[in-house]
Design a protein around this ligand. Structure first.
Ligand SMILES: Nc1ncnc2c1ncn2[C@@H]1O[C@H](COP(=O)(O)OP(=O)(O)O)[C@@H](O)[C@H]1O
Ligand SMILES: [Mg+2]
Length: 418
């Protein structure tokens, strides 16, 4: 077989198991930049290896979830192997039968975050297993799955993008690849021959700070210090009244003992970016008065006296407040609360200057300068912000992930209020 269009590192990923130099290794680890061609070459290699070596065996394919696996892994590999291997998917059983080279094997799909996969894999005997984006799966799932590989000649195939240097997969597998008798290959975007200069530049511009180091440079670096170090008052704070039009949105971070924040957003026409126009901030503890849901809803009504919001995006854990808002007839959306994804999205908007804040939003401006990564959590291999000075930051995140990123809800031309 000739793979003219693959890079050297991709070819090695596909063929290492057949080369005398690496034949004795128990598996392969590929890490590095996003879009560097890891998943594609590893999946092709995994099928070629297992179909050559085994007949009538079971193997495992693991993704973060089964849907992610179908989308990123099996669908593409099937196309690349068309005419070489034949795939028959048994969708309801999450199983693929592959035939070719005079052999037939069963590939079972598992999602590292799916409870049902965890149960299923426990009873199986496997001849090999591939983990796509292994760093996103719980360690217990991965170890459970590895323990199922008891067939003679079975091998482990891992790929991932970097996380923090205390992450269990980095410590256990990447730092110890030789002791574990693995082959380790580090990918960069150079290793994907299909990535045009333009697309590559786009990916490079998508990430900043720690995410740039990880996803573009492919390094296992810690998230430390200021989270939004790209926030610049001179770019992101407006000292004049902007020319806004179209739908307004409100995003809410709700607290009973902690502060409650409402942010009002509207599209800035001349600015050509989203503007946070008003901020409401109530710290019940400091003011020595905890407000009820009804009082908060009254305050929101006052803030919105001259505006009809298209949606109020609320902290999804604020069930009683959501009920109160709905009872008063406001259209409520549950905020998307995936923290790391949200922070990445906000960072990107700040960096691309696609979001700004009127200078009346004083708590928000202050939190941008105080919102930091939790170093204790980082030492445990977990990226999360310190849970202080984070209320406006949460409200910004809910708006960005739920309204801006999903993009489905567009600002309409018809101006309203303000
Ligand atoms: N050699 C290649 N020729 C053509 N397309 C490729 C090649 N390698 C990778 N790609 C494509 O580039 C994209 C990124 O590759 P992927 O393997 O998903 O990268 P990663 O897993 O490193 O993020 C995919 O759409 C994939 O099909
Ligand atoms: Mg991948």
């Amino acid at each position: 077989m000739e793979y003219q269009s693959f890079s050297q590192r991709q070819k090695l990923t596909m063929r290492w198991w057949s080369l005398s130099e690496f034949q004795d290794r128990d598996g392969l680890i590929c890490d590095g930049s996003v879009r560097s061609g890891k998943t594609l070459s590893m999946t092709v290699g995994f099928f070629l290896w297992s179909m050559t070596v085994f007949d009538r065996r079971r193997l495992g394919l693991c993704g973060k979830t089964i849907e992610a696996l179908r989308r990123n892994v099996t669908a593409e590999a099937n196309q690349w192997l068309e005419g070489i291997l034949t795939f028959k998917e048994h969708r309801s059983e999450n199983r693929i039968t592959v035939t070719g080279f005079g052999h037939r094997n069963e590939y079972h799909l598992f999602g590292g975050k799916d409870e049902s996969s965890y149960m299923l894999i426990q009873g199986m005997t496997l001849a090999g297993i591939l983990f796509d984006e292994v760093a996103l799966m719980p360690r217990s799932f991965v170890e459970q799955a590895l323990a199922r590989c008891s067939v003679e000649g079975s091998r482990f195939w891992f790929n991932c993008n970097p996380e923090g240097p205390e992450h269990w997969f980095y410590r256990e597998w990447i730092c110890r690849w030789e002791q574990k008798n693995m082959l380790y290959l580090h990918f960069t975007m150079e290793d994907n021959p299909a990535l045009s200069r333009r697309v590559r530049a786009r990916y490079e511009s998508m990430y900043t700070g720690v995410f740039y180091d990880r996803y573009v440079r492919g390094l296992w670096v810690a998230a430390e210090g200021l989270i939004y170090d790209m926030f610049r008052p001179e770019c992101h704070l407006l000292h004049r009244e902007p020319d806004c039009a179209g739908d307004c949105y409100v995003s809410v971070d709700y607290g009973t003992r902690n502060p409650t924040v409402f942010l009002l957003w509207q599209w800035g026409q001349k600015e050509n970016r989203w503007i946070c126009r008003r901020e409401y901030y109530w710290d019940g503890r400091r003011r020595m008065h905890q407000k009820t849901d009804g009082e908060y809803a009254d305050d929101l009504a006052e803030m919105l006296a001259d505006v009809v919001p298209r949606a109020v995006v609320v902290d999804p854990s604020a069930a009683s407040f959501i009920t109160e808002l709905r009872r008063r007839g406001w259209p409520v959306l549950n905020g998307d609360n995936r923290v790391a994804d949200g922070i990445r999205a906000v960072s990107q908007l700040l960096r691309e200057n696609r979001i700004a804040f009127q200078d009346c939003c004083v708590h928000t401006a202050a939190e941008f300068r105080a919102y930091v990564w939790d170093e204790k959590a980082a030492a445990q291999g977990v990226d999360k912000p310190v849970k202080e000075h984070d209320h406006c930051m949460d409200a910004v995140r809910y708006f960005v992930t739920t309204v801006v990123v999903r993009g489905g809800v567009r600002a309409r031309k018809r101006p309203r209020g303000l």
